[in-house]
Write a protein that binds this ligand. Structure first.
Ligand code: NZQ
Ligand code: ZN
Length: 384
């Protein structure tokens, strides 16, 4: 088990009705920039509810809506200008990962004397950030309790993250009832995303971080049990609540401590999103089983077999269980969750595969199985 530091300063208010705790924003000052997306929070009534509570707590609210999925750096720049013009004390993100990541980028960018994209190129430049509060409306990214913010610059064909403890939200409200309206497609994609966050650290060469592996398996089993329930019954509180807490824990650090390893499928998927604007969880679902097949060998079968035995209750020798576990993963993503099976189904051909592979490869040197650009190109071609 490796040495580690575990630091999560985010206060979570979990459950139905916890939005009343928004009044606690007054601890950070008076002037709030509310960040949201394309309008779902207005349809759902969360906007009105939040405005009433914030007003009641004496807070002055400025707002920036219109954050798009796969959020753009231009929107973060707009928010930074708004903060500077209005002397904003704190950010409040109400939405999914795209909205939260935009708010985090603004929080850091407003304290930085330069362009916000610099903080993506070099996160050590993040020396300060305004406090970030969130109300989560979609279970997927775990941004409500982690240190990352992912932005896209479509002009440069880049999607990448900044990362700093200073970006960890001060408080997040996680009310599962807010996710009842999340579409089938986003529910399935979100479930694949949380599974992928878990896999990124579960598939680690460190063999003795027993507790982290068991945490990970519990998260995976939760996704496998409740993902289909949420698809069949969107307003099933038990399913939405378990998925919400699974998504947060999949990437708040608890499941990786002692076994941390370089990520693999995410850097590859970010290339797809950067060039083709695909839904993050859909891209991951397409890549993951092909990645598993690519890295399966006598040297790695032990871990895939551990996954097969402990998550899917499979029995047999390591190689047989590993292969069956990959088949189970495919069946779950494509047949049970109904996610797209090939890159062709999300509008991606082979024209940029070598370029995307070359871009992703430098991030994959410390992965469970280090990959070079030829490996990535082979994985992506298997996804076509
Ligand atoms: O824009 P609105 O109107 O809010 O609609 C959104 C959006 O169209 C909708 N939605 C959200 N909550 C809803 C709802 N619709 C109905 N009812 C609700 N309660 O869902 C759509 C997708 O929203 P988005 O925020 O884009 O989804 P998600 O939470 O999956 O975030 C994806 C982004 O996060 C990044 C991804 O790369 C992608 O850019 N990631 C961030 C991470 C992090 N910060 O740690 C890690 C992840 O690996 C990921 O890379
Ligand atoms: Zn993800």
């Amino acid at each position: 088990m490796n040495n580690f530091n575990y630091y999560v300063p985010t206060k979570i208010w979990f459950g139905n009705g916890q939005i009343s705790h928004l009044a606690e924003l007054s601890e950070s000052g008076k002037r709030v920039l509310l960040v949201y997306g394309g309008g779902s929070i207005k349809k759902l009534g969360i906007y009105d509810e939040a405005m009433a509570i914030l007003g009641g707590a004496g807070l002055e609210v400025f707002e920036m809506g219109g954050v798009e999925p796969n959020p753009r750096v231009e929107k973060a720049r707009e928010g930074i200008e708004l903060c500077r013009a209005n002397d904003i004390d704190m950010l409040l993100a109400i939405g999914g990962g795209s909205v939260i990541d935009t708010a985090k980028s603004i929080a850091a960018g407003v304290c930085y004397d330069g362009d916000v994209w610099d903080l993506i190129e070099d996160s050590s430049k993040i020396r300060a950030a305004k406090p970030v509060y969130t109300v989560l409306t979609l279970s997927a990214t775990g941004s409500e309790m982690n240190k990352n913010a992912v932005l896209s610059d479509l002009g440069r064909g880049k999607k990448a993250s900044m990362s700093s403890d200073l970006l960890k939200p001060k408080m997040s409200i996680c009310d599962p009832t807010y996710t009842f309206t999340v579409s089938r497609r986003q529910t399935a994609a979100g479930t694949a995303d949380m599974i992928s966050h878990t896999f990124e650290n579960y598939f680690s060469p460190i063999r003795d971080s027993y507790l982290s592996s068991r945490f990970s398996e519990a998260i995976l089993k939760t996704c496998i049990k409740y993902g289909p329930v949420a698809l069949a019954e969107p307003d099933n509180y038990e399913a939405r609540a378990n998925l919400m807490w699974a998504s947060t824990n999949a990437i708040n650090g608890i499941a990786k401590v002692g076994a941390e390893v370089g990520w693999c499928c995410h850097p590859i998927e970010h290339e797809l999103s950067a060039y083709y604007d695909v839904t993050h969880g859909e891209g991951l679902a397409i890549i993951i089983p092909r990645w598993m097949r690519h890295i399966l060998s006598e040297a790695t079968a032990w871990k895939l077999a551990e996954y097969g035995r402990n998550v899917w209750d499979l029995a047999g020798d390591d190689m047989a269980v590993a292969e069956a576990a990959i088949a189970k993963t495919e069946e779950f993503f494509f047949d049970v969750l109904g996610l797209p099976r090939t890159l062709g189904e999300v509008g991606i051909g082979d024209e940029k595969i070598d370029l995307m592979a070359a871009n992703a490869a430098p991030s994959l040197k410390n992965a469970f199985v280090p990959l070079d650009k030829d490996d990535v190109a082979e994985i992506l071609r298997a996804c076509l």
